[in-house]
Design a protein around this ligand. Sequence first.
Ligand code: HEM
Ligand code: HEM
Length: 164
Amino acid sequence: MSPLSYSIPQRALHWGMAFLILFNLLFADGMEHWNRLVARGETVTPDDVASANIHAYVGIAILVLAVVRLCLRFVQGVPVASDVEPLPLRLVAHITHGLLYVLLFAMPLAGIGAYYFGNETAGFVHADVLKILLWVLLAGHVAGALVHQFYWKTNVLARMTKGV
Ligand code: HEM
Ligand code: HEM
């Protein structure tokens, strides 16, 4: 039997992680500055490292929480897709969720490859490929949530916020 709503821990993780991900997407300047200095062989001060570490630690927290979230998903399950949504769009939503999960792992792992192991390809994948993909998926994800709320008037947003 699928639950009617996401559990409180699942909802807390969804919104907590959304906050952390948006933080890292919008405020990556400290890490970018550190990366520029290292690439040019310039002196890196302890302050530069400290600002870069904020990005790194937030990203590692996202990776750890993604593991917890996936375990909860297996144990508690998730509500079934709303049947108001046309089948092709349901499939798109399903693929989007799957890809978001992949990125919750791939994004931090590529960052770790770049930051701790100096791998330039990982840096490129992290900053130029996955970042764009994440923004595109998020835009589609939020648009989907808004269409559910205001066009189809389903309880899909409610089951991820107050619960139903
Ligand atoms: C989901 C988690 C993460 C998100 C959303 C994220 C996001 C970003 C963003 C937006 C940039 C700037 C890209 C640009 O416009 O140039 C960036 C750069 C970078 N991040 Fe992350 N990051 C995450 C996790 C991590 C982690 C865990 C590490 C390392 C421990 C890391 C290391 C780096 C490095 C080294 C760069 C510079 C890469 C380059 O420009 O070549 N990131 N990240
Ligand atoms: C970085 C930000 C976000 C990420 C990574 C993310 C990721 C996800 C994932 C993977 C799911 C699938 C359910 C699960 O197994 O956890 C989900 C569900 C959901 N998300 Fe997000 N989300 C983000 C932000 C948002 C925002 C800003 C909104 C609202 C406007 C939103 C609304 C929803 C809703 C309503 C569901 C439930 C969908 C359903 O039951 O079919 N999410 N999210």
